[in-house]
Design a protein around this ligand. Structure first.
Ligand code: HDE
Length: 684
């Protein structure tokens, strides 16, 4: 069943695929080319001739190979996969793909950063896009979300202002892919509705360790409508099965320099290795009669619905298992739109959602060059498109027949309006009655209760991350009055937060105010996320004379649990162990770095003396320690602990044993790796 359905979409893409694996070169007209290295000249050293159509065609095509990048979310990475619902939701929605557990719906996902240009680094502090296209039997459905459940503004008309403030400043186009600059924070302090999303942006969520380890949120309130026409309000969530995990800031910055493709590479490599990338789709459902039950407005996308008030139901699973075969054709040309819905899913009056319904198609017309971008293979639905739209730039279909209008008699009235028994979209018949006004509802005015709830819900290490982030970001702003205004704003969220940020910025902490709420939502803290050794990676450092038995015990435990490792040495190729056996080093100190690993392990043996003299070994210990990751030293390698300061040597997550029982040692090392970062560690 699965293979059959997946093939349905891949066959569709197959029609557009060209392998180029054999045959002679041709022009775009199919004429054979025997020399593509020399232009046609009048004499060996003479001028190039205008009639050289082979030269002109090649250069002309090259000259036009770039299209405009996305105005936001320009930097992205895509993958194919499929979705399957666990149990029928027919009582909630008439959407087939959510009603039939046997249906396997192909999907294409694009993860992205928001602010950076197309070539900017992955690990910058930013919101991440999480856009999913479901190729359903009833047409394409796009769930175009982010990795944070709320948004900075409440009305779409402010989006250009937000993005102008966030993007590199217009006079000098700096800084690239960074929020730490004057214009963004100037906008923030003048726009209190940004406060909630700003709290999320300062949290570890803004530096995901992997696209495989971040949550996704539809953000807006949508409607699910069943076959009887009854509706419920709904919020969509994606939950990664590996849990939600983030980088620490120092690590993120180092990775941005050492491997700007870090998140893209991770996604690509895991899929190439055959590791499934899995997310559960979850929903929060609200009865229409409960619309006004909360102290926030369900149409306000700067608010979330605490899971403790509206529980989450996990309804299905998305598995990503296919890389693109051509980045441009698929990831760059894919066009998402929140307005792409299928019968059974409908909109609400959230003013952000309403504005988005307009913006996406509009931008795609210029980005993809005209109104026919839906005919690009990655954007086509599984069904045959049947309407009277014709012509326009880059029309791909040959629409036959005399008629291109409705009603008609010349074509027997075809294509006809869908009959009641044929699949079609019915808009939810909401009653609307109001004065035409340019005003915001008073129910959107509370900008501080939910930021305070978010702060209350954080663990100590998340709070520290947030304080450090504010100090970093504002510290990069030259305008001092912005510092004070921001700290005053934070005073409305939490006095301790405002105080700590004020200390870092050297400004006055505001007078203590009562907190807007003491409510906390444990579901918001990453401390409560699932933990697993699966796909984690250790760096194993070796030099001549390493202890082979110790090496084997730890590496076998790693691979046995679904984790993996790199063997890192001064040179590539074989490294000889104490028993004269060899292992292959696949990385060197020049080609990799400690920031790329979840743990460090150094086996014992006479190598310990050699490693002590290698400066990079010190860097491995220091960075792994500072980034709260597991350090394993066994046998003679235990002596390398002296490369850390005395007070650091007793901190958690250091598995050091001069005379180890390797079975229990390997188990301890694995348990520490599984636990994730050791945030209890004191970084002096
Ligand atoms: Fe977008 N957004 N957005 N956005 N958005 C775009 O569409 C826009 C918003 C999101 O991987 C653009 O094709 C407006 C919220 C993602 O291709 C553009 C507003 C959320 C992506 C656009 C918002 C998003 C985009 C740029 C204010 C989370 C990348 C290129 C109402 C729910 C999709 C494009 C991809 C892309 C407009 C706010 C998510 C300009 C006007 C809220 C994941 O149309």
């Amino acid at each position: 069943m699965q293979a059959e359905k997946q093939n349905a979409k891949s066959l569709d893409l197959d029609a557009a695929r060209v392998s180029h694996s054999s045959g002679y070169l041709t022009t775009n007209q199919g004429v054979g080319i025997s020399n593509t290295d020399d232009s046609l000249k009048a004499g060996k050293r003479g001028p190039t001739l205008m009639e050289d159509f082979i030269f002109r065609e090649k250069i002309t095509h090259f000259d036009h190979e770039r299209i405009p990048e996305r105005i936001v979310h320009a930097r992205g990475s895509g993958a194919h996969g499929y979705f399957q619902v666990y149990e029928s939701l027919a009582h909630l929605t008439s959407a087939h793909f959510l009603s039939d557990p046997k249906l396997v719906t192909p999907v294409f996902v694009r993860f992205s950063t928001v602010a950076g240009f197309r070539g900017s680094p992955d690990t910058v502090r930013d919101v991440r896009g999480f856009a999913v296209k479901f190729y359903t039997e009833e047409g394409n459905y796009d769930l175009v979300g982010n990795n944070m459940p709320v948004f900075f503004i409440q009305d779409a008309i402010k989006f250009p202002d937000l993005i102008h403030a966030l993007k590199p400043e217009p006079n000098n186009e700096m800084p690239q892919a960074a929020s730490a600059h004057d214009t963004l924070w100037d906008f923030v302090v003048n726009t209190p509705e940004t406060m909630h999303n700003v709290m999320w942006l300062m949290s570890p969520r803004a530096v995901p360790q992997s696209y495989r380890m971040m949550e996704g949120f539809g953000i807006h309130t949508f409607r699910l409508v069943n076959a009887k026409g009854e509706f419920k309000f709904v919020k969509f969530h994606w939950k990664p099965l590996l849990g939600v995990h983030s980088l620490v800031w120092d690590e993120a910055q180092k990775i941005a320099g050492k491997d700007p493709d870090f998140n893209r590479r991770d996604l690509w490599e895991k899929i190439e290795e055959g590791q499934s990338v899995e997310f559960e789709l979850a929903i929060q459902v609200l009865n229409p009669e409960d619309e006004f039950k909360f102290d926030f407005d369900v149409l306000d996308c700067s608010k979330l619905w605490p899971e403790e008030l509206v529980p989450l139901q996990r309804i299905g699973k998305m598995t990503l298992n296919g890389n693109v075969s051509n980045f441009f054709a698929e990831t760059e040309q894919v066009a998402f739109c929140p307005g792409n819905v299928v019968p059974g899913i409908d909109f609400t009056n959230d003013p952000m959602l309403q504005g988005r319904l307009f913006s996406y198609v509009d931008t795609q017309i210029s980005r993809l060059g005209g109104p026919n971008f839906q005919q690009i293979p990655i954007n086509r639905p599984l069904l045959t498109v049947n309407n009277n739209q014709r012509d326009g730039m880059h029309r791909m279909t040959i629409d036959e027949g005399q008629t291109s209008y409705y009603p008609n008699s010349l074509n027997n009235g075809q294509p006809h309006a869908a009959r009641p028994d044929e699949s079609h979209f019915e808009h939810y018949q909401e009653k609307v009655d109001g004065h035409i006004i340019r005003e915001r509802s008073a129910s959107f005015r509370d900008h501080y209760t939910q930021p305070a709830m978010f702060w209350n819900s954080m663990s100590d290490w998340e709070k520290k991350h947030i304080i450090d982030a504010f100090r970093f970001e504002l510290g990069k702003c030259k305008n001092k009055s912005t510092h004070q205004k921001l700290v005053d704003m934070l005073g409305n969220v939490d006095p301790e937060l405002a105080q700590k940020v004020a200390e870092g910025l050297g400004v006055t902490a505001p007078a203590k105010r009562a907190k807007p709420t003491t409510f906390s939502s444990p579901a918001l803290s990453m401390a409560n996320t699932p933990k697993s050794p699966k796909t984690k990676k250790a760096a194993v450092l070796v030099a001549e004379g390493f202890d082979r038995a110790q090496f084997d015990a730890v590496t076998t435990a790693l691979t046995g649990s679904g984790a993996c490792f790199d063997v890192v040495s001064c040179h590539l190729g074989p490294v000889t162990a104490c028993d004269s056996s060899t292992v292959e080093a696949n990385k060197t100190y020049a080609t990799t770095a400690p920031v790329f690993y979840d743990a460090l392990y150094i086996p014992g043996g006479s190598q310990a003396e050699i490693l002590k003299g290698i400066p990079e070994v010190q860097e491995y210990l220091r960075d792994t320690f500072n980034h709260y990751k597991t350090i394993g030293l066994s046998g003679e390698a235990s002596a390398l602990l002296c490369l850390l300061r005395c007070e650091e040597q007793k901190e958690p997550g250091i598995i050091c044993d001069p005379a180890p029982n390797m079975e229990s040692y390997a188990a301890d090392f694995l348990a520490a790796l599984t636990a994730g970062r050791h945030f209890q560690r004191k970084i002096h």
